[in-house]
Write a protein that binds this ligand. Structure first.
Ligand code: ACO
Length: 428
């Protein structure tokens, strides 16, 4: 076993190097503080491995993403979302019978407890659906107990009910009656129907959109220790239940630097369009650094090469638009920006390429999904990944509560003088 030697204060300390199945190496520093009194400082955790995991492999320099060893391009072409959920959560491809059983289970649990419908009534108009989703997931824990015996059932409930929760949030926001699930439909078709059907009219799910949504869900299903997944593991490490941990992960995903980026991409493209479409002027502002504007949908902490998901999505975008006969000026604008940025020194030097969010929003738009729902769509896709990581951690006998340290930079000890403020009258 190779080791790393740390020399500090005249002494040498040896730390083992652990190697993953794809040759990734890390120094095991679990004894660092007890032996040396030192901790490591790594803001943003760019060099810190928080766990060992077998769910997903990414090589950002080579643009590789694999789920349980299977390349994302093959999974995206050959699987349906339900099979990917099983693969990620249970660690193996299901047999055909296992898959059928899993599908039946996931279809059977789509209904919400009728009492949960009342929760939707309490939100003000314009409430962000991510706020509703986070609250609804935490609320599910009050309806379904978590024990070792109910865990599998709860997983099926989460995957099945998530689309109903999301579609109800949308229907509520536009004031339309809720549309109940129809369990003979596939996961994406059932969701699209609950989103867009109205009781007064017939609704046929467009197979092009059903396929595109299936693909989007698969492409978002896992991405190792990103901000929301790390949140999931962080909260789960305390023993919090699956529903509560997901609620926390949803909040982690919401921000514009993570899952909220797909919404920001469309808002950015619309703003450029409204300003006359002069994307070169916009990119000049991004590059001068003073404005602090970022080209949303570009750059990634891990990918310093093409995000493989963005490649698949760009092709899907072209297919969906051609098959639906849609002509969206924002798609042309996005393509022009991509072309320009890929040849511009600023972006090339910093290895900034389009990420999954650059094209996903444009496809959601073509489906009729409103911008505010984009991050909810990401949530629906990412659920199996979050659950897989939470389960992996729960099953790990070495799981410890996550509790990082810090380097304190505040005041050293000083006296809190008694100024009599404790006895000031309360109120005005
Ligand atoms: N536009 C312009 N410049 C950028 C961008 C961008 N989108 N992303 C990074 N840079 C620049 C930074 O200004 C910095 O330049 P400098 O070295 O001159 O200071 C350099 O590239 C490195 O950037 P960091 O912020 O250090 O990169 P980090 O790995 O911390 O950030 C992140 C990654 C947050 C994704 C970033 O690229 C970004 O903000 N992108 C836009 C938001 C986005 O699309 N997020 C979605 C990510 S994918 C996902 O969550 C599914």
């Amino acid at each position: 076993m190779s080791t790393v030697t740390l020399t500090y204060d005249g002494k040498n300390y040896e730390y083992p190097v652990v190697e993953g199945s794809e040759g990734e190496k890390g120094i095991v520093i679990s004894n660092l503080r007890s032996q040396t009194g030192l901790i490591t400082l790594d803001p943003g955790y760019g060099n810190t491995g928080s766990c060992q995991s077998s769910v997903c492999f990414i090589d950002g320099d080579r643009g590789i993403l694999r789920y349980r060893g299977y390349p994302i391009e093959q999974v995206a072409e050959r699987a349906r979302f339900t099979e990917v959920c099983y693969l990620l959560i249970y660690g193996k491809r299901p047999s055909v019978d296992e898959l059928k059983d899993f599908r039946i289970k996931m279809n059977r649990h789509t209904l919400l407890h009728e009492d949960m419908k009342k929760f939707y009534e309490g939100y003000p108009p314009g409430a962000h659906p991510m706020a509703i989703m986070a609250a609804m997931f935490a609320s599910l824990s009050s309806f379904y107990k978590e024990t070792e015996e109910t865990l599998d059932l709860n997983i099926a409930r989460i995957l099945a009910k998530s689309k109903t929760l999301a579609a109800f949030a949308y229907k509520k926001s536009i004031g339309q009656p809720l549309v109940y699930p129809r369990n003979d439909l596939s996961w994406p078709a059932n969701f699209l129907r609950m989103m867009f059907a109205v009781p007064a009219e017939d609704y046929e799910v467009n197979p092009v959109l059903e396929d595109a949504l299936n693909l989007l869900l698969i492409l978002h299903a896992d991405h190792e220790q990103n901000c929301s997944t790390s949140t999931m593991r962080m909260v789960g490490s305390s023993g919090a239940n699956l529903f509560a941990s997901i609620s926390a992960a949803i909040c982690g995903l919401w921000g514009p630097l993570h899952g909220g980026a797909n919404q920001s991409v469309i808002e950015m493209l619309e703003a450029i369009q409204a300003d006359g479409g002069n994307y070169k002027h916009f990119l000049d502002e991004v590059k001068d650094g003073k404005s602090k504007i970022r080209l949303m949908g570009f750059g990634h902490r891990v990918y310093k090469n093409f995000d493989p998901r963005a490649k698949v999505l760009k092709q899907t975008c072209d297919r969906v638009f051609a098959e639906l006969g849609i002509n969206d000026p924002l798609l042309d604008l996005a393509k022009n920006i991509e072309e320009y940025a890929l040849h511009d020194e600023y972006f090339v030097k910093r290895k900034l390429y389009p990420n999954v969010d650059f094209y996903s929003g444009i496809i959601y738009r073509a489906m009729g999904i409103p911008t505010e729902m984009f991050t909810v769509m990401f949530t629906l896709g990412r659920l199996p990944g979050w659950i897989a990581h939470w389960m992996e951690q729960r099953r790990d006998p070495d799981n410890r509560i996550h509790r990082p340290r810090q380097i304190y930079t505040g005041e050293t000890e000083r006296e809190f003088e008694d100024r009599g403020t404790k006895h000031l009258p309360t109120g005005r």
